[in-house]
Design a binder for this molecule. Structure first.
Ligand code: IPM
Ligand code: MG
Length: 361
């Protein structure tokens, strides 16, 4: 009997549907090899959901996600919806999904691939061999802390407020994710905070330090966030797993992503408690400028599907198979525009997907 998984697809906006089609074709192609089958159900999210229902995250979409084994998301957003009030913007769908599914752990790998080493804007010697996993806390910190809002004081002066707060259990659970991940990688955790200034960071540092007693084989270090930004550019190879709060993780994960040269290759996973559905999505956005032109790189979406198999469904062999297929595809010199270099063959989104399918066959 083959195992069946219910997957909610959220193609979203821009290039979303083009790259999603490739990822779905890949999952369907490899399924029989691993005795798996998938039931896909697509739902609306982001700008396309606003256009149809008036809301970036319709209740039916959240319900469909909750009822599935995993969620594969592409990207949301575009200029068309940029002028809407903030609670109705496409980005709100991401925050609503994270909160609604309790996805407190965001895993953002940034691995420099030898085939694409020239794509980085940094020197080859600096980025060669870089393999970092940013573990970002995703449902707490300043993104969700209360009070928040724009308030008017008695003098009629407006005051914008957000609150950076973490509780001990929130820090412990994300810390555990980081230490567990490090055990399977380089056994090195760097916790990033601003403990020289912020009390919330002092608690963060204290909790992570206490937690490290449970992981004697993992080496823990602490770094202030400003220094971490600098070290990522100066000597990125020193990092294995970086664990940090929501806002610092948002910023540092983009910096780490750019070490690899192309954001078009990077997947991510957002996970909650065990056995609850996670969301798997590319790090890049909806790229409205190239949408519908068959120019997008589908590989981050495909690698997100592989992360879904690995972290969401525990189908490790199938995940390995897709990832090694992507490596062979790159070895064969096939490229989309964002990762194109001399002597390689330039393909569109669809053709890249077809080339991958024949590699996987
Ligand atoms: C990300 C994005 C989101 C975030 C935005 C779009 C809400 O930048 O996933 O990193 O800040 O978390
Ligand atoms: Mg971001």
């Amino acid at each position: 009997m083959s195992k069946n998984y219910k997957i909610t697809l959220l193609p979203g906006d821009g290039i979303g549907s083009e790259i999603m089609q490739v990822a779905v074709a890949v999952l369907e192609a490899i399924a029989p090899k691993f005795d798996l089958s998938f039931s896909f159900e697509a739902a609306l999210v982001g700008g396309s959901a606003i256009d149809t229902t008036g809301h970036p995250l319709p209740a039916e979409t959240l319900a469909a996600c909750r009822a599935s084994d995993a969620v594969l998301l592409a990207a949301v957003g575009g200029e068309k919806w940029d002028k809407l009030p903030s609670h109705l913007r496409p980005e709100q769908a991401l925050l609503g999904l994270r909160e609604g599914l309790g996805l407190f752990a965001n895993l953002r790998p940034a691995k420099v691939l030898p085939q694409l080493i020239d794509a980085s804007s940094l020197k080859k010697e600096v980025v060669e061999g870089v393999d970092i996993l940013v573990v970002r806390e995703l449902t707490g910190g300043i993104y969700f802390g209360k009070p928040k809002g724009i308030f008017i004081d008695e003098n009629g002066v407006r005051r914008g407020v957000n609150t950076m707060a973490y509780t001990e259990p929130e820090i412990d659970r994300i810390g555990k994710v980081a230490f567990e991940a490090a055990l399977k990688r380089g056994k090195n955790v760097c916790s990033v905070d601003k403990a020289n200034v912020l009390e919330v960071s002092q608690l963060w540092r204290d909790c992570i330090t206490n937690l490290s007693a449970d992981y004697p084989s993992v080496k823990l270090s602490h770094m202030y966030v400003d220094n971490a930004a600098m070290q990522l550019l100066k000597y990125p190879k020193q990092f294995d797993v970086i664990v940090t709060g929501n806002l610092f993780g948002d910023i540092l994960s983009d910096a780490a992503a750019m070490l690899t040269g192309s954001i078009g290759m990077l997947p991510s996973a957002s996970l909650g408690v065990p056995n609850s559905p996670g969301i798997f999505e590319p790090v890049h956005g909806s790229a409205p400028d190239i949408a519908g032109k068959d120019l997008a790189n589908p590989l981050a979406q495909v690698l997100s599907a592989a992360m879904m198999l690995r972290y969401g469904l525990n189908e490790l062999a199938a995940a390995d198979y897709i990832e090694s297929g992507v490596m062979s595809l790159l070895d064969s010199g096939k490229r989309t525009g964002d990762i194109m270099s001399e002597g390689c063959q330039l393909l569109g989104c669809k053709a890249m997907g077809e080339a991958l399918l024949s590699t996987l066959d």
